[in-house]
Ligand binder design. Structure first.
Ligand code: ADP
Ligand code: ASP
Ligand code: MG
Length: 401
């Protein structure tokens, strides 16, 4: 079999841990499989590198930032290759570029355009364990790019897809995908199997156990993902097609995202084209706008509220400066959280919205914004109630049972 294994930041957090990972990788290799290992930077390393770039500017040059950010994964990949070599096995580390991961040139959040597997295949054929630095690729211009936070998951799935791997194992610091973040609710249960669509929603809504774009790509390329704990041998969670899941719970999981900020534009001129102008300006700067709420216009004025990733606030402020003459004031609120419930069964069950809102009401939690899709309901609330909201919903939907 061809197996892709990805190890996250905590799993490669120091040299001792890298040495433990080397043992796990070798167990797989000794079973006769071809192995590609994708690694993250040591935990905390990427934050540290970002800190360096912010020392000089709140908006550092993206291309330069990527060059710095990519080094975290370079270090762990080479350390793991050295550890594997030391055990007498052939192993080689490859940067994103050497692994053939080609991206667009949107630095710091690049999208993968293609993977040229020639180099990797050459080493696999020669019986090497190939260790790839996750989170990075190279642009049309030939420069280093990074794929956005949590991007090593995407590197792993992209390689698994391009090489037609039998499985992509994502190793992390929890046993798999749980009904909610086990660090928020200790009674959360591990899910045995979950559909790509539900996992995509959970991941997009804050369950960072998998990067949403990696799930999207896995679905498209039909990559079988298993998330597992790198610190034990427990069975993990399989992410697969909806048809493979016999019983579809109404609610599969609850997600919480504290990395969003709410922008409130008060008394904006209510005239055709204004929303288009605002959101085009953000889109052109690659700012990902999530929820949008506009009130009914009164006296030629309207309020527009929306959410964006906190990391884009500085850039957003700069862009919205162009609109200060068409609005009374602009609020930037970082103290919010988005809490969401996700489940395929919502499609065919009524009353989910009312139960969700009643649960919030019974805890006296005010809901600022709401958005829904076929299989999810999301609410923006005050960040200080995030954990309480997650636990109350988890128990209201009996996910601990
Ligand atoms: P890695 O560094 O291995 O990529 P991450 O920190 O990105 O790991 O993701 C793992 C973390 O995701 C867990 O430690 C857990 O706190 C968090 N998490 C959030 N939601 C969930 C969930 N529904 N199931 C499992 N883990 C979750
Ligand atoms: N090291 C990167 C990050 O912290 C990528 C990853 O770990 O997936 O976001
Ligand atoms: Mg991660």
């Amino acid at each position: 079999m061809l197996i892709v294994q990805k190890y996250g930041g905590t799993s490669v957090g120091d040299c001792q841990r890298i040495s433990n990972i080397a043992k796990r990788v070798l167990e797989t290799k000794k079973q006769g499989h071809k192995v590609i290992v994708v690694v993250s930077a040591m935990s905390g390393e990427t934050d540290k590198l970002i800190g360096y770039t912010k020392y000089f500017s709140s908006l550092p040059n993206d291309r330069e930032a990527d060059k710095i950010l990519s080094t975290g994964e370079i270090v762990t990949s080479a350390l793991l290759a050295i550890a594997l070599n030391e055990s007498g096995y052939k192993a080689i580390s490859l940067s994103g570029r050497a692994a053939g991961i080609k991206t667009d040139n949107i630095y710091t959040k690049a999208k993968i355009k293609s993977v040229d597997t020639k180099n990797i295949e050459k080493y696999l054929d020669d019986d090497y364990i190939v260790v790839v630095a996750g989170f990075q690729g190279y642009s049309d211009e030939g420069y280093i790019t990074t794929l956005g936070r949590g991007g090593s998951d995407l590197s792993a799935v992209a390689l698994a897809g391009a090489l037609n791997a039998d499985v992509c194992e994502i190793y992390t610091d929890v046993d798999g995908v749980f009904t909610t973040d086990p660090r928020i609710e200790s009674r959360a249960k591990k899910i045995e199997k979950i559909s790509y669509d539900e996992m995509l929603e959970l991941a997009s809504l804050g369950a960072k156990v998998l990067l949403n774009r990696s799930v999207e790509m896995a679905k498209k390329l039909n990559v079988k993902i298993i998330t597992r704990n790198s610190f034990n041998n427990n069975e993990g969670t399989l992410i697969t097609n909806e048809e493979q899941i016999m019983e579809k719970p109404i609610i599969s999981g609850i997600a919480c995202d504290k990395n969003q900020a709410r922008i409130g534009m008060v008394n904006v001129d209510d005239k055709p084209g204004i929303a288009a102008e605002i959101f085009s300006s953000l889109a052109d700067a690659n700012i990902n706008v999530d929820m949008i709420v506009q009130t009914i216009g009164r006296d030629g004025k309207t309020d527009i509220d929306f959410t964006i990733p906190k990391t884009d606030i500085a850039l957003c402020r700069k862009l919205l400066d162009d609109f200060k003459d068409s609005t009374q004031s602009i609020e930037y609120d970082e103290n919010i959280a988005k809490v969401s419930i996700v489940g395929l069964g919502m499609k065919s069950n009524s009353g989910v919205a009312s139960k969700t809102f009643s649960t919030m009401a019974s805890e006296n939690i005010n809901i600022m914004m709401i958005s829904t899709s076929e299989i999810k309901i999301s609410m923006i609330i005050d960040i200080k109630y995030a954990e309480l909201a997650v636990r109350s919903l988890h128990s209201a939907y009996e996910l601990d049972k």
